[in-house]
Write a protein that binds this ligand. Structure first.
Ligand code: IMP
Ligand code: MG
Length: 181
């Protein structure tokens, strides 16, 4: 799946991920009991996290996906977002929980939050697998998160470098010789 050479440091193991997701699923199930929960996954990074999280949630819910692309360099965020695939479901009156792989500067999410709020959902909250809270450039509320990580570029469990490593079941940093900058 990934060679020993490519892995620099494993930051979050499969076991840590599994127990964190159980905990998040319980919390979300309690908080959203009796509500109209819809998970909105941001393609493609959030797919792995959302698949596991959805199965840890024990209340009725819908899910849908949105695909966005930020302009500019792959590893930097400009906050200017283009919608590649919009939602299929009308979210008016629903309790939206946005599912992200990672919130870094927060610019992508800030844009998306404003766009989704204009569609009159009953509520909008954010659940991200990873957050780099020290890197935030805009003041957004992350309602649920798995792990707050230091300012390192990480891959695995949905997160990619040039499209690779999303399928690796743990989170790790890449050895520098595998990063072409
Ligand atoms: P933001 O607008 O700066 O919050 O950008 C968040 C997006 O940048 C994420 O959805 C990822 O696509 C990407 N990103 C930020 N940090 C990392 C990382 O460490 N690994 C992989 N992708 C990252
Ligand atoms: Mg992303």
């Amino acid at each position: 799946m990934v060679t020993y050479d490519e892995v620099n440091e494993i930051l979050i193991s499969e076991d840590e991920i599994r127990s964190k997701i159980t905990e998040l699923g319980k919390k979300i199930s309690e908080d959203y009991r009796g509500k109209n929960l819809i998970l909105i996954g941001i393609l493609r990074g959030a797919v792995i996290f959302m698949a596991d999280l959805a199965r840890a949630i024990s209340i009725p819910m819908l899910f849908d996906f949105i695909a966005i692309s930020s302009y500019g360099a792959e590893t930097k965020s400009s906050g200017v977002v283009r919608i590649l695939k919009d939602l299929d479901v009308n979210i008016e009156g629903k309790d939206v929980l946005i599912i992200e792989d990672i919130v870094d500067t927060g610019l992508t999410l800030d844009y998306l939050l404003r766009m989704l709020k204009s569609r009159k959902p009953a509520s909008v909250k954010v659940c991200t697998f990873l957050t780099k809270s020290a890197r935030r450039k805009v003041d957004i509320t992350v309602d649920y998160f798995g792990f707050d990580i230091p300012n390192k570029f990480v891959v695995g469990y949905g997160l990619d470098y040039a499209g690779k490593y999303r399928n690796v079941p743990y989170v790790f940093t890449l050895n520098p010789e595998y990063i072409s900058d």
